[in-house]
Design a protein around this ligand. Structure first.
Ligand SMILES: [Mn+2]
Length: 242
């Protein structure tokens, strides 16, 4: 197929938003950015000990940067976990659907070489958001622009946003020193649980919670358990990137 056509067929519209089924006995185990840190993911799952009724949800960026992207994807598949799309998966899928290697950096290429068909299928199944109506919780990799309804925000926003400018649009810190973090401007419902922006500890705010605690940078890997609102963490075994 012509790569340009295949690229346009990239199925964002199919995976855009999921809504959870409402099983009152089910715990949701929300896991932040793993980035190939398989040993820490195994440590965390051991500590959390998911039951049969529980559902694991990854917030995206399972791959790249760390040592074992493929093993992480394989483990997620084995758990029948749901995963949302991170900017790293988005980039790999953009390459996959366009065959244009301009989407990839050197680290992405190493990951691409290891992935098999089933892994690509898993990446392709990732939704951009998941809404949990019972507690009005919304899960996403990056975040949202507060001025636009969350359902209308596209993959390039919800997987990547960090800072926003005074006009409400995304901006880079170096280009716009007065930009502010999106969650500092998010004072509406639903309550958002997100990853993507690593911090030494979780970032609790009135209307959001950030759980990327920078495992691949030598920080922690975090799980947030709902409905009990409990945090479980493990330390990174090492710093995988300087
Ligand atoms: Mn990310």
């Amino acid at each position: 197929m012509n790569p340009a056509i295949k690229s346009r067929l990239f199925p964002y519209h199919q995976v855009r938003a999921l809504q959870s089924s409402d099983n009152p006995d089910r715990r949701w185990i929300i896991i932040g950015d793993v980035h190939g840190c398989i040993r820490e993911l195994e440590d965390l799952l051991h500590k959390v000990n998911p039951g049969k009724k529980d559902r694991v949800l990854f917030l995206g960026d399972l791959v790249n940067r760390g040592p074992h992207s493929r093993k992480v994807v394989r483990l997620a598949r084995g758990l029948e976990a749901l995963s949302l799309m991170g900017n790293h998966e988005l980039r790999l899928l953009q390459y996959r659907y366009s065959q244009d290697s301009a989407h990839l950096n050197a680290n992405d290429r190493k990951t691409v070489e290891t992935l098999e068909e089933e892994d690509w299928a898993y990446l392709s199944s990732m939704a951009l958001t998941l809404h949990w109506p019972r507690n009005n919780c919304l899960f996403v990799h990056g975040g949202f622009l507060p001025a636009i309804p969350w359902q209308e925000q596209d993959a390039s926003i919800v997987t990547r946003v960090r800072n926003i400018c005074h006009d409400g649009m995304p901006c880079k810190q170096k280009d716009c020193p007065s930009g502010t973090f999106w969650a500092d401007n998010w004072d509406q419902k639903p309550f958002v649980v997100y990853g993507h922006s690593p911090q030494p500890s979780v970032v609790p705010k009135a209307r959001s919670l950030g759980i990327d605690t920078g495992c691949v940078w030598g920080g922690k890997l975090t799980a947030y358990i709902l409905p009990e609102k409990r945090l479980i963490q493990v330390d990174a075994r090492k710093k995988y990137i300087p």
